[in-house]
Design a protein around this ligand. Structure first.
Ligand SMILES: Nc1ncnc2c1ncn2[C@@H]1O[C@H](COP(=O)(O)OP(=O)(O)OP(=O)(O)O)[C@@H](O)[C@H]1O
Ligand SMILES: [Mg+2]
Length: 281
């Protein structure tokens, strides 16, 4: 990995959660969770079914308000709101794909641009006057990103006609076009085969040092092998609590982590996914 040294402004955003708790009625989904995604680093969040991973993701996106605790971005108080994420330099991909079915691949990626850049695109959609130059730039950048992710040949296609793995890459391009300084990925390997996961790992590893500007990444993921191979640090949740945190080797060897996964060995093979505790999701 060729990550830039931390601490320079172009490194991405430093995200921190401080003693965050989330309750759903009597159920404690997150309990006193403190974690940090340092600038320019890739931090994985893993844990068995029902551990609180999605809840954590939703807290950072602003879909779920914490019952206690606080968040900071680059050390400043941060109250996430879903519609304000781009304003903070944050982009996300959701579990599944979530592309607009009525738009082409290229249009989907363009639609992910920041509000300012998208004004031209929206104007184009609705036939309003707009800046041709802005739109041309946005289109070029969307095509560049699709090429970088190896799917430019599908630019004119409707998403529904494409294989799942291609659609996942388009969704990633749509997140990247906003030039995020913090990228939140929810189960990016979900539904992918072994080869696609390995390629995805390479793509993700390259993102923090991206030529367009570095970003930090928070990766919520079931596929243990992907998390182990791309993350600088891993946070393990169990029943809403952080039970282990540290570099992949450290976490892999932690008996608390193995125990959380019902005594099963943490799988490391390419197709491995975290064993299920059967709680459903
Ligand atoms: N909106 C909600 N209302 C009530 N309970 C919820 C809600 N969302 C999540 N929970 C509960 O909070 C706990 C944590 O759920 P969460 O979805 O965050 O776990 P997870 O680690 O993402 O699990 P999975 O691996 O199955 O996706 C679970 O017990 C779940 O049932
Ligand atoms: Mg989940």
């Amino acid at each position: 990995m060729t990550h830039p040294p931390p601490g320079t402004p172009s490194d991405g955003i430093d995200l921190a959660l401080h003693q965050v708790g989330v309750r759903f009625g009597g159920l404690v989904a997150l309990d006193d969770v403190t974690l940090r995604v340092p600038a320019g680093r890739i931090v994985g969040v893993i844990g068995p079914n029902g551990a609180g991973k999605t809840t954590l993701f939703n807290v950072v996106c602003g879909f779920v308000a914490p019952t206690s605790g606080s968040l900071t971005l680059d050390g400043r108080p941060f109250r996430p709101r879903p519609h304000r994420l781009t304003h903070f330099g944050i982009a996300r991909t959701l579990q599944g794909v979530g592309l607009f079915p009525g738009l082409t691949v290229l249009e989907n990626v363009m639609a992910g641009a920041s509000h300012a850049a998208r004004a031209g695109f929206a104007a184009a959609l609705f036939g309003l006057p707009r800046s041709d130059r802005d739109e041309r730039r946005l289109r070029e950048r969307a095509l560049d990103l699709l090429a970088e992710l190896g799917v430019a040949q599908h630019a004119a296609a409707a998403p529904a006609t494409l294989p799942y793995a291609v659609r996942k890459r388009v969704a990633l391009a749509r997140a990247l076009i906003a030039r995020p300084r913090l990228l939140l990925l929810d189960e990016p390997a979900g539904g992918l085969g072994a080869d696609d996961i390995a390629e995805l790992g390479e793509l993700i590893t390259a993102l923090p040092g991206h030529a367009d500007g570095a970003c930090s990444i928070m990766l919520v993921e079931h596929h243990m092998d992907l998390v182990m191979s791309v993350c600088d640090e891993i946070v393990v949740l169990d029943f809403g609590k952080v039970i282990a945190a540290g570099p992949p080797d450290h976490v892999r060897d932690d008996p608390k982590v193995t125990e959380a996964y019902l005594g099963a060995d943490v799988p490391t093979e390419v197709t491995g996914t975290a064993p299920s505790r059967g709680a459903g999701s």
